[in-house]
Design a protein around this ligand. Structure first.
Ligand code: ADP
Ligand code: MG
Length: 355
């Protein structure tokens, strides 16, 4: 398994900038995910790693060796895509053996390797089946076994579970997580699903419009988003407009409507600057009262929806905005639609961004 580095990669389609100066290092044995909305340049970046797309600028390095000009076939990459590329006229065994035959591996070694791969993905009992005789999840495991059989420098996966139903997708995620860690595989994974990225990855690169907005561990990305885009993409749906009224290098006082909140900041934001406060819905509580050290805004409940493990409240604020709260408990009788309430949260749950 190799360390893979992207150095200042730029890729254009005509005049359209699809990948905009992306630099990223995937350490040997690490599982890294490109996460972002459709069209942000994830697949293009992946194709550049694979050698299927030539960048206009920048370099791709495997273990410090520049492979930018090396063809896809010579990069030794295992690939799994959403649209399966299994050979329909070949059995499972022949599908998995394909890359090894291309490499002219001795027949006895091919048989051993195929058996080992099918054991790893728990399909050894279906070795003689054809793709059409298997479920979507089983086919995707064959694709994984085929990609791993060649002992690739890096395994790349482009939304591999996108076509599977939710339950199967979750089972495959758990399986892929266990498998990559067990085998110490270097992997580059692409998804637009933040939960999938959080669950699978050692590190996540959040992409927006061809750029990496933040690269960090799942906990860093989730707890400390550095930009409004990352915060929004990672589920912070409450954005309140505010203005800094006082600040120093570690804290700021922010006015939101008629309320003023204090919160910690990483760098000074000058008084007078327009900001947005982001607060995760699960950090917002709803009640008639709030503790003295909590931030709160008063409003009235417009909507309550029940989500099995949580209740979701939409509270309309007097200035026309609204705030969403997600609570683990079932709704209390006194918190009905129309009730005047305090939406409240702890100051440390505020994330501040320049507007
Ligand atoms: P993602 O995988 O994040 O959805 P892609 O890398 O596939 O994004 O595409 C990034 C952008 O480049 C999109 O706007 C897409 O429409 C455009 N694009 C992708 N492939 C081509 C192509 N072959 N020709 C022209 N534009 C393309
Ligand atoms: Mg894509």
């Amino acid at each position: 398994m190799a360390q893979v580095a992207l150095k200042n990669i730029v890729a254009r389609y005509g005049s359209f900038l699809a990948v905009d100066h992306v630099s990223l290092t995937i350490e040997s044995g690490q599982f890294v995910t490109l996460l972002g909305p459709s069209g942000c340049g994830k697949s293009s970046t992946l194709r550049i790693v694979a050698g299927l797309l030539q960048p206009d600028e920048g370099a791709v390095e495997f273990d410090g060796r520049n492979v930018t000009a090396v063809s896809a076939a010579k990069r030794n990459i295992g690939m799994v895509f959403q649209s399966l590329a299994l050979f329909p006229h070949m059995t499972v065994t022949d599908n998995v053996a394909f890359g090894l035959r291309m490499k002219k591996m001795p027949q006895a070694d091919i048989e051993n390797q195929v058996r080992r791969m099918l054991q790893i993905v728990r399909l050894d009992h279906l070795a003689d089946r054809y793709p059409a005789q298997m479920s979507g999840g089983q086919q995707q495991r064959v694709a994984l076994a085929r990609a791993l059989a060649v002992t690739p420098s890096i395994l790349i996966l482009d939304e591999p579970f996108g076509a599977l139903d939710r339950k199967l997708r979750e089972a495959m995620q758990v399986e892929l997580h266990a498998l990559t860690r067990q085998l110490g595989i270097t992997a580059l994974f692409v998804t637009h699903d933040q939960e999938e990225a959080l669950m699978l990855s050692d590190s996540i690169a959040v992409m927006n419009k061809g750029r990496v907005e933040q690269f960090g561990t799942p906990a860093e990305i989730y707890r400390a988003p550095r930009t409004e885009f990352v915060a929004d993409f990672m589920g912070m749906t409450n954005f309140l407009p505010g203005e800094v009224v006082d600040s120093d290098s570690s804290s700021a006082k922010v006015r939101v409507g008629s309320a003023v909140f204090s919160t910690s900041v990483k760098d000074t934001i000058a008084p007078g600057e327009a900001v947005k406060l982001a607060i995760r819905p699960e950090k917002v509580m709803i009640g008639h009262l709030s503790a003295a050290d909590m931030c709160f805004l008063e409003g009235h409940i417009r909507q309550i929806t029940y989500h099995g493990n949580a209740s979701r409240y939409v509270v309309d604020l007097p200035d026309g905005g609204s705030i969403i709260a997600l609570q683990q408990q079932s709704p209390e009788a006194s918190l009905a639609v129309g009730s005047n309430v305090r939406a409240h949260w702890s100051p440390e749950d505020i994330h501040l961004f320049r507007a």
